[in-house]
Design a protein around this ligand. Structure first.
Ligand code: G5P
Ligand code: MG
Length: 222
């Protein structure tokens, strides 16, 4: 098929807090040959390891504010360098126009998937979210509960509720997203790589994302 390409593929997934970026990313990784890199997961692993970057990032994240552009961009660019031979999916980066510009100096996105989920749906979801910090796997008490409450299906380790899922921090995260997203979408629209996906539920959005990507990258054979 002519649309299937040999070169490494660069995809970005954007969307408001709890819009389903992580959930849809795990389905993309399951079905397509891509490495997943989430800015938020990366920061949480730095916090768990108590690195200087992690300690600094936590002061911003707990309030629902963005980690400074220079810190975040350096982290992401360094991680992308480690997987540059592979096709990758970048989740939750860039979050400012500045970050988009820094990324563009290193890598050009082939597609930018933007999730558009109604705000009232998002607020409901966050309360039920449980996360396995070291892998980034997410569950929801309503939508995809773990087999055993409070325990990760794969490792058997404890799940936690994120500090920034408290209502005040969620409100701030949503405001921050709204304040920053438009110039980023304009930027990628201008580059001809933006694709919007609207819907209330992941199971409604996912088939459309799958169809879109199937025309661009090879599916996994195993
Ligand atoms: P994160 O970690 O990137 P957010 O706020 O962008 O955090 P989040 O919260 O990780 O995004 P998500 O990945 O979009 O959400 O969504 P998800 O986890 O897949 O789904 C949310 C919940 O809904 C889960 O419980 C899931 O099971 C459930 N769910 C999914 N679909 C459905 C459905 O259809 N129905 C129902 N009922 N439930 C569903 O970033 C965190 C912080 O890190 C910093 C910032 O401080 C940020 O606030 N940060 C950055 N700072 C600067 N620059 C960057 N680029 C940064 N990246 C991160
Ligand atoms: Mg996420």
């Amino acid at each position: 098929m002519s649309a299937i390409r040999a070169k490494a593929f660069r995809a970005i997934i954007l969307g408001a807090p709890a819009s389903g970026k992580g959930t849809i990313s795990s389905r993309i990784v399951r079905d397509f040959k891509m490495k997943h890199l989430s800015g938020g997961d990366l920061l949480r692993s730095q916090i768990s390891a108590k690195t200087d970057v992690g300690l600094l990032a936590k002061t911003f994240m707990d309030k629902g504010s963005l980690v400074p552009d220079d810190v975040m961009s350096t982290l992401i660019i360094n991680e992308l360098a480690l997987i540059k031979q592979h096709s990758w999916l970048l989740d939750g980066f860039p979050r400012t126009l500045k970050q988009a510009e820094i990324l563009h100096q290193q890598e050009h996105a082939d597609v930018v998937i933007s999730l558009d989920v109604p705000e009232e749906e998002i607020v409901q979801r966050v309360a039920g979210r449980w996360t396995h910090i070291s892998s980034g796997r997410v569950y929801n008490t309503e939508f995809n509960p773990p087999k055993v409450p409070g325990v990760d299906d794969v490792t058997g380790e404890k799940l936690i509720q994120r500090d920034d899922d408290k209502p005040e921090a969620v409100r701030k995260r949503l405001q921050t997203y709204e304040a920053n997203i438009k110039p980023i979408l304009d930027y990628y629209n201008h580059h001809g790589v933006l694709k919007l996906f609207e819907g209330r539920f992941t199971n409604e959005i996912w088939p459309k994302v799958h169809e879109f990507l199937s025309e661009k990258i090879p599916p996994k054979s195993n």
